[in-house]
Design a protein. Sequence first.
Lengths: 297, 330
Amino acid sequence: MISLSLAGLLSQIFNGIQFGVLVALLATGLSLIFGMLGIINFAHGSLYMLGAYLVWSVVQVLDIPGKFWFGLVFSFIFMGFVGFIIEKFLLRRMYGQPVVYMILITFGLLLVIQQGVGMIYGTNPLPLGIPPFFRGEVNLGLFKYPLYYLFTMCIGLIVIFAVWFFIERSTWGAIIRACAEDPEMAGTLGIKTVNVYTLTFALGAALAGLGGGLHAPMIGGLQHTIGGLIILVCFIVVVVGGMGSIRGALLAGITIGVIRGLAGLFWAPASEIVMFIAMGIILGFRPQGLLGKKIST
Amino acid sequence: MREKSQPSSREWLSFIITATILFFLQPILPSKMMAAEILIMALPTLAFILLLGYTGQLNFGTGSLFAVGAYTAGILLSRYNVHVLVAIVAGVVMTCIVASVMGFFCIRQGGLIFALLTLAFNQIIWFVIFQWRSLTNGADGIWGIKRTFIDFGFFSIDIRPSFNFYILVLIFFLLIFFFVKRLIESPFGKVLQGMRDSELRATAIGFSIVTYKWVAFVISGMICGLGGALFALHQEYVGEHLASWVTGGEIVIMALLGGTFVLQGAVIGSGVFIFLSDLLNRFKFLAMGGGWLLILGAVFIVVVMFFKGGIYGGAEGIYQRLKGKILFFR
């Protein structure tokens, strides 16, 4: 029997929101890359996984207070660099060819990164505890909630807002949007579109690294396959939210997260599948996603 | 436009040559069952190529359809002890039903959304297989599938020896291969290719895109199902990992390795994939942690970047160049 209490329900909803925000963080990167290059980045999950492993390594190697923070920043910057390399040396050669090939390259990257990490770090789960500063729970009136979960939720929201602000309100963002809208026209205005592509991909990868780093302490043990689990959820969130829309990604992330959390309350295994069903239903009514523009293909 | 419906003598020739080459595949490969596995995996790869190369749809859900065929045949063989051919046909019929439902929802969307929807369906099917323990044994999979005799009433064929089984697989494969070959040359296939190149034009001429794509999807799904049913016989075991998206991904790799715009690519791709994975797994340091997949992924990236036509396309390019040189020197 299911015993439903208000506190249990609320904490499950909070879990859903927290998970949704984290996924939205990844989905934002995925969405940015899609808006710019027109591809779905299959390697995004691997970048997330790599980010988590980087934080783990930094925490193992360094012995200073606040090493977790250092790990997060390192993961963000390093993954941005990885994204830069991937775009510069692999994807750039594929522009102007059918999109399918770029998607398949990212699929190959998925294998390389995932198995590479598996070979370097081994396949046993590596535990990364919650950083000491964030252990414990906060009393939210009706129920207690782990501090770290609350913290990641806030960080995620702040970062997503910052990215949104960067894209929608800053001059650089205007350039990025211009290149996504009409690369040729942007080029004639003197913008080096190729560099903008690189920047966008690097930003997307960095966000994936940050997301992985934030998520790492919550996963019981890091494994090289965690990317494959999260990437499916990200795909759902991006598609449901509307391709290329940051606000859509956040909305869809939270919606899907809450649906997942509530479904898990009734029947634990259902939490993984209910997302796909939700996606099918939403796409049936709005093929362009919740906040997406109509796609003309 | 071809008008006669009978296969030409040229096609008969290519049929005989292909059959002969494949016939000798079994003895030359290092392990006895590898040739059968190559041809079995070539079936879903063929199905994938039919969709990607001839209708332009990237299907990430082939793994689940493969698994549906494998589970249907496996369950019938292990629990109800049915005739082998009945089990295979049942596998194909079951996959046909599942693919019809899946296709109904997926084909309306093009491009990326199609790819993601097939991926989503793949996960749903995997979930059903994983959770429906009373039918599928969940994570344990189906054991006790016996590859024994095919009984024709007045005589029976023993398919336990690897060679006999290989011949069975070869017959199925050749039937499907030349069916698909003729399908893409048929008016139906030409409409599909026309749609791939311009949906707008195909609609304007008056073809119903949705129906054509749906039929193509279901045919492709049934081929996957046949492959799955044979795979159940081959392994004598069916596990839920078949339905995971990794299997679909492997099929994608095979297709891309072989070449997506020719049907021969399916055999070449699955052959190279299975041979390479067997070879690489022999190295201890690679077998651990699945390092062979790393090398495979790298090979895959190189193929996608530099040999768009896969191995078949690359070999043909070299052949053409050599031919040009020889003519030049003469």
